[in-house]
Design a protein around this ligand. Structure first.
Ligand code: ATP
Ligand code: MG
Length: 287
């Protein structure tokens, strides 16, 4: 009887000291997972890659997912789009490629919830040249991200408008590709070329790579051509097409001049709500 009481007392004490409790601040091993890396790519210029990467990254952060936005375009529009000035940066993606700086040191927090950025400046244009005679040059970004101590849930990469070594590095580092595209006739031609590049990278460097989704941007259903192109896309890429479509919306084009993702610029605008939906749809797709 006495033994039983002592045993119960011991149980209560150890529970109080947390021995029987899971320590909330210590993630269980099973909870530590690799981040989902998505490359936003389309070699066609001005189709909404940067707008989509910035706003989906901000929406993921807004939803409470720790997100890293990587600006892999020397134009640096994603960097300024989240309010980071390109002068006096202590490191950028160029320095990561050249080995002068680790990815960890170049990553900066933004003022937005759960959103960090690995910024780019025009220097990044020189990275292709520097990489030229490096062994396994296509895996430079992947290797740089492998040792990040901060656990990100999502890493989104904004690619430049080309199928260059920067894009190949993004595709080699990624689990999936998101293809932002406008419903225009020439968009379909470009899509075939992009699919071919994705297949080549998959075969040569990254067997796990897949197309996560095609995201229609700047959609205007009143235009006959848009509806026709959309029908074609549904015919050939039905399973890849995201159901969320991004409408043409002035708030999306004015937000970057304030250094703000749309959700922090005008939360209830059609554009920011559409990107929030797109982020939720992508989460469902990659789970
Ligand atoms: P680049 O190929 O030069 O990197 P991109 O594919 O990244 O271009 P964005 O820079 O995102 O394209 O968009 C091109 C232009 O279209 C920008 O001025 C942007 O503000 C505008 N834009 C993008 N999406 C929308 C939208 N849904 N509604 C209105 N304007 C948009
Ligand atoms: Mg861009």
């Amino acid at each position: 009887m006495q033994k039983g009481i002592v045993y119960i007392l011991l149980l209560i004490c150890s529970a109080k000291n947390g021995i029987l409790c899971t320590h909330r601040n210590e993630p269980k091993e099973a909870e530590i997972t690799d981040p989902i890396v998505l490359a936003f790519a389309n070699q066609k210029g001005g189709v909404g890659k940067t707008t989509s990467t910035v706003n989906i990254a901000a929406s993921l952060g807004y939803l409470g997912h720790k997100t890293l936005l990587i600006d892999s375009d020397p134009q640096g529009n994603a960097t300024s789009g989240v309010g980071i000035g390109k002068k006096n940066l202590r490191g950028s993606l160029y320095e990561v490629y050249s080995g002068e700086c680790s990815a960890e040191d170049a990553i900066r927090p933004t003022e937005y919830k759960d959103l960090s950025v690995l910024p780019a400046t025009i220097d990044l244009a020189g990275a292709e040249f520097d990489l030229m005679d490096r062994p396994r040059r296509e895996a430079t970004l992947k290797n740089a991200l492998a040792s990040l101590p901060e656990p990100f849930e999502y890493i989104l990469i904004d690619c430049p408008p080309s199928l260059s070594l920067l894009t190949v590095n993004a595709l080699t580092a990624a689990n999936g590709v998101v293809i932002p595209m406008q419903c225009e006739y020439f968009a379909l031609e470009g899509l075939t070329q992009l699919m071919l590049t994705v297949r080549r990278v998959k075969n040569a460097y990254n067997p796990a790579l897949g197309i996560t989704g095609i995201l229609i941007t700047m959609y205007d259903g009143r235009l006959n051509l848009s509806a026709q192109v959309l029908d074609e896309l549904k015919k050939y890429y039905a399973d890849k097409l995201l159901t969320t479509m991004i409408p043409r919306n002035v708030k999306l084009s004015e937000a970057p001049s304030y250094g703000e993702p749309a959700i922090y610029h005008d939360k209830y605008s059609r554009g920011s709500l559409a990107y929030l939906d797109a982020a939720k749809e992508l989460i469902r797709r990659v789970l």
